[in-house]
Design a binder for this molecule. Structure first.
Ligand SMILES: C[S@@+](CC[C@H](N)C(=O)[O-])C[C@H]1O[C@@H](n2cnc3c(N)ncnc32)[C@H](O)[C@@H]1O
Length: 300
């Protein structure tokens, strides 16, 4: 890809995520204290994010890569850290800054935000106790460059926390997700589901796979999916903990259209079975949460 094509795509990447951040901010301020109760987070992410935040102590230096509208950077500052968030989306960063400015008197630590390209960034050596990234690596064609920079900017013994997808969805996962979203009520009426099945036949799961992988959502969606970032991480850090996310629950949660109470009950049940099948190796998942450490004396 030529330099001008790259810059053009990157600008569009920032615009797409700026629109997502603006739409989300219309509904709710970018603040984990509110977001943690949302259905998708409660089912999929709240326990893992809260566990991460429990590792953040006052006075720590923390960096978030791909911070979007800044809620996780802010949450680390609310724990008392000096936290910095980086993202390519100017609009998302503006939303993060505006919200932080509006509540900064109530934040015990400090938050700052910066617009920069993580594929090319140079980070200051040995500055941070903790580096975190959620859902960003699979957007980066230069994952190895960023991991090298994270290794350099962490203090010896520093913690890296990454939550992302690694690799492609397996056929069995896609088939189960297809079956569940066919049977359960979603935005798509049953009449249209049946029409779709008759029209696309055996190609229907391919379409579900594309939807699960959010294909086409942004110009660099899946640019990092072909790279095995977990293997790259293992070459640079000591992996301390790996949490396997459920394989299909996140997708079903996003699709399900049902009143809140029965939806939560159903999704929690699906999540329990899903996690069990993943643990037993009967279902392949791509989502992982990793705690890894830079060699040296622990600071976080
Ligand atoms: C899936 S969103 C995740 C946002 C946030 N971490 C969250 O969980 O809400 C991916 C984020 O990565 C950012 N991003 C994508 N490519 C990037 C790049 N080359 N440099 C910096 N940020 C990038 C996007 O702007 C977007 O905010």
């Amino acid at each position: 890809m030529s330099e001008s094509d790259y810059q053009e795509r990157l600008a569009k990447e920032g615009e797409v995520w700026g629109r997502v951040a603006a739409a989300d901010a219309e509904v709710m301020a970018p603040d984990w204290r509110f977001h943690r109760t949302l259905r998708h987070n409660a089912i999929m992410h709240t326990a893992d994010i809260d566990s991460l935040l429990a590792c953040i102590r006052p006075g720590m230096t923390a960096l978030e890569v791909g911070c979007g509208p800044g809620w996780l950077t802010l949450a680390m500052a609310q724990q008392g850290a000096d936290a910095h968030g980086i993202d390519i989306s100017r609009d998302a960063i503006q939303i993060a800054r505006d919200y932080y400015d509006s509540i900064r008197d109530t934040v015990s630590g400090h938050a700052s935000y910066e617009v920069a390209d993580l594929n090319r960034i140079t980070l200051p050596p040995e500055k941070y106790d903790v580096v975190v990234g959620k859902g960003v690596l699979h957007h980066l064609p230069e994952v190895a460059h960023l991991l090298d920079q994270i290794a350099s900017t962490l203090k010896p013994g520093g913690l890296v926390w990454l939550a992302d997808t690694n690799g492609d969805e397996a056929l069995s996962t896609v088939l189960l997700a297809s079956a569940l979203t066919f049977v359960l009520p979603t935005e798509v009426p049953y009449r249209d589901k049946i029409k779709g099945l008759l029209r696309f036949g055996w190609r229907a799961p391919e379409r579900i796979k594309a939807s699960m992988q959010a294909e086409g959502l942004s110009p660099f969606e899946a640019a990092g999916r072909e790279q095995n970032w977990l293997a790259m991480l293992q070459e640079r850090f000591t992996i301390e903990r790996r949490i396997n996310m459920p394989a299909v629950t996140g997708y079903v949660t996003a699709q399900l259209k049902m009143p809140e109470r029965p939806a939560r009950f159903l999704l929690e049940s699906i999540a329990r079975i899903d996690r069990f099948l993943v643990r037993r190796g009967l279902l392949h998942n791509t989502g992982v949460v990793i705690y890894a450490r830079k060699p040296g004396r622990e600071t976080a």
